[in-house]
Design a protein around this ligand. Structure first.
Ligand code: GLC
Length: 643
């Protein structure tokens, strides 16, 4: 395998201009690195020294960092370096309307990395050119948190394949114009990671890479200000290691030990791991749980300024070593905490952030049939610089946390705890007449802040209606599913579909029979991809045959109209109906009005645009943008060319 890769490297190098002698070529190559380093070195040094000002060896660690960066740059294959140069010249390459993402677990979709490679045709049929492969690095069975407890950042889970398979897959994806996103779980390692094992064996040097305490005094102080992530499935932020007689910090599961970034060796080593993965062909590094990476007694240990310092450094390091690589921040936080992770125009941090507030507000709107909050959220997004690029999504592998703007909701006499209860009752089908079929996640009755699991199709009513043999209900559910995707696809940024949603896959209850998964209801929406049902996508009378081609159509419309480019201006307009949202996108060429009905009744959107005839891009019908009749759970994509 290794020799195969070497061969590939050689072939790629051959492709470079033949007239340039090898030594000159190498010099030019290193010059590129030096130039990029020179551009960022002062700031990098400044931030590094500020972060580690108390460390007497700070300069030594910084020098080590830079010399390793150079090595990773030299090791980077020429195809990736060429892609870096291309993307450097076109820094907006990920900001247009031509990327469509899909996220999937390798094992659920195709069993192995080779399986993914064999099924790239299906992925391409889904119009996907941004593929997020969920955690695939080695992780202990039964203590893996869905792969988010990494035991070795440079080894692939045995049953999925090898690192060579992964590099081969990224190469194949690149040939097909598909960028690959991979999680970089940097807040913690698995307790099976070599560092953790050595720490457990008593080596002080490795204990210093985590947070160890001899007594519970300090942990008790942390617990006073530091909330819990998994209050029921993994209560507390510390775990007692009886064989060592010490407490270790474990913000997530007890087998996920928090890394101590106060130790510069930890930062350096983790950056080397990130660069190693980038050199395997990862285009987008998903910074998992990034708000948590710096801990400080007396704080909530989230979003601390040092986190931003580290992300900024990682951004610069990527711009020096692998500028084609993007950082996607997983910041699942209240709205005001999210945007700062873009950094500033001069000092950018993440390239991409999850649009978590829009996602949660969308599902709130489904349950309340009132678009006020969603409209406000769209107005907030519209007021942000067009340059901020969000990853939009309806569902992902995680639960839906109800992080809504409760200050705004207070205007409607809605308060947090009872509202969360309402949303959860609605989507678990407890609320009279509700069509959602989800399950609670981390339900702590003391706090009343349970979150929610379920697939889009199940939350849209397809599961319930299908189970009851209610054909009309199924049709309505499908329509709603399409409308929610249409809404997502009409937002600016990168739309990412959760694998299985394109065929309306329902909840998978089999996790309850698996002792390793039964306690974690997120597995409800992490079922295996149903290839049998996927075949139906060509049969128009089936759920799949009604959903798949429609999403395909919407995706094609999105990529073929410049008005979906993130640079277009965005605003909402009044529809004079609390259940209907109208979103306007406008550039010099086109004006687009997306109209979405979140109610189960046929309605009229009382918009009144006086600028002529529009074409509904979905049905192909010409119509006026005035008093638009819109079916229950339906949508329109009206568009007008400006001449
Ligand atoms: C992220 C992942 C989630 C995981 C957590 C801990 O939030 O999305 O699935 O449990 O990080 O790593």
């Amino acid at each position: 395998m290794a020799s195969k890769r070497l061969q590939k490297k050689k072939t790629a190098q051959k492709a470079a201009p033949a007239e340039m002698p090898k030594t000159e070529m190498l010099q030019a190559d290193i010059h590129t690195f030096q130039q990029r380093l020179a551009r960022h070195y002062d700031e990098l040094k400044w931030l590094y020294c500020e972060l580690y000002q108390d460390n007497p060896y700070v300069m030594m660690h910084l020098d080590d960092l830079v010399s390793e960066m150079k090595k990773f740059y030299s090791d980077r294959n020429s195809a990736l370096k060429e892609s870096d140069l291309r993307r450097e010249k076109d820094p907006s390459w990920y900001k247009r309307n031509d990327l469509i993402g899909m996220m999937m677990y390798v094992s659920s979709f195709a069993g192995t990395l080779k399986g993914i490679e064999e099924n790239l045709d299906y992925i391409r049929e889904c119009n996907v050119n941004y593929l997020h492969l969920m955690p695939l690095l080695s992780s202990p069975k039964g203590r893996s948190d869905g792969g988010y407890a990494v035991a070795d950042f440079r080894t692939v889970q045995e049953e999925l394949g090898t690192m060579e398979d992964f590099a081969e897959l990224t190469g194949k994806c690149h040939e097909h114009g598909i960028s690959v996103c991979l999680d970089f779980v940097m807040n913690h390692t698995s307790e099976d990671h070599q560092w953790a094992k050595r720490a457990r064996a008593g080596e002080k040097e490795y204990q210093d890479r985590y947070f160890f305490f001899d007594t519970y005094d300090v942990p008790a102080m942390y617990e006073q200000t530091c909330p819990q992530v998994f209050p029921t499935t993994a209560p507390g932020n510390f775990t007692w290691l009886s064989e060592l007689g010490k407490h270790v910090m474990t913000t997530f599961y007890p087998y996920q030990w928090d890394l101590n970034y106060r130790n510069p060796i930890v930062l350096n080593e983790m950056i080397f791991n990130m660069l190693y993965l980038a050199n395997q062909g990862v285009d987008i590094v998903r910074l998992d749980a990034v708000p948590y990476i710096w801990k400080q007694l007396g704080t909530n240990c989230r979003n601390l300024p040092q986190v931003h310092t580290m992300v900024r450094m990682m951004r610069m390091i990527c711009e020096i070593v692998c500028p084609g690589v993007l950082l996607l921040g997983e910041v699942v936080m209240e709205p005001e905490k999210v945007v700062p992770y873009f950094g500033t125009v001069d000092k950018p941090e993440c390239h991409l952030l999850y649009n978590v507030t829009t996602m949660a507000s969308t599902w709130h709107t489904v349950a309340t049939r009132d678009v006020s909050l969603l409209r406000r959220q769209m107005d907030i997004i519209a007021s942000l610089p067009r340059d901020y690029t969000f990853q939009n999504y309806l569902r992902c592998h995680d639960d839906i946390g109800w992080g809504l703007d409760y200050v705004f909701l207070k205007n409607f006499a809605i308060s947090e705890v009872p509202h969360k209860k309402y949303l959860n009752d609605f989507f678990t089908g407890k609320y009279p007449g509700s069509f959602g079929r989800g399950e609670l996640y981390n339900d702590d009755p003391r706090l009343g802040d349970a979150r929610l699991c379920g697939t889009t199709a199940s939350l849209c009513g397809i599961e319930r209606a299908g189970f009851e043999g209610n054909e009309e209900g199924v049709s309505l559910g499908i329509r709603y599913d399409i409308t929610l995707h249409a809404f997502m696809l009409s937002q600016s940024g990168i739309p990412v579909i959760y694998s299985g949603d394109e065929i309306g896959q329902l909840n998978d209850y089999s996790y309850k029979n698996d002792p390793d998964k039964a306690a974690d209801s997120r597995y409800l929406h992490r079922g295996s991809f149903n290839w049998e049902l996927a075949k139906n996508r060509r049969l128009p009378h089936t759920v799949q045959g009604r959903l798949f081609p429609m999403l395909d159509k919407l995706e094609h419309i999105r990529t073929s109209h410049s008005v979906f480019n993130a640079s277009a201006q965005l605003r909402t307009i009044d529809t004079w109906d609390s259940s209907i949202l109208a979103l306007v996108r406008e550039n010099e060429e086109e004006k687009f009005i997306g109209i979405y009905n979140f109610s189960e009744y046929d309605k009229v959107a009382w918009i009144n645009e006086e600028d002529g005839m529009y074409l509904d891009l979905i049905s192909g019908r010409e119509m006026e943008a005035k008093g638009v009749q819109i079916p229950a759970f339906g949508c329109y994509w009206l568009c007008r060319k400006k001449s």
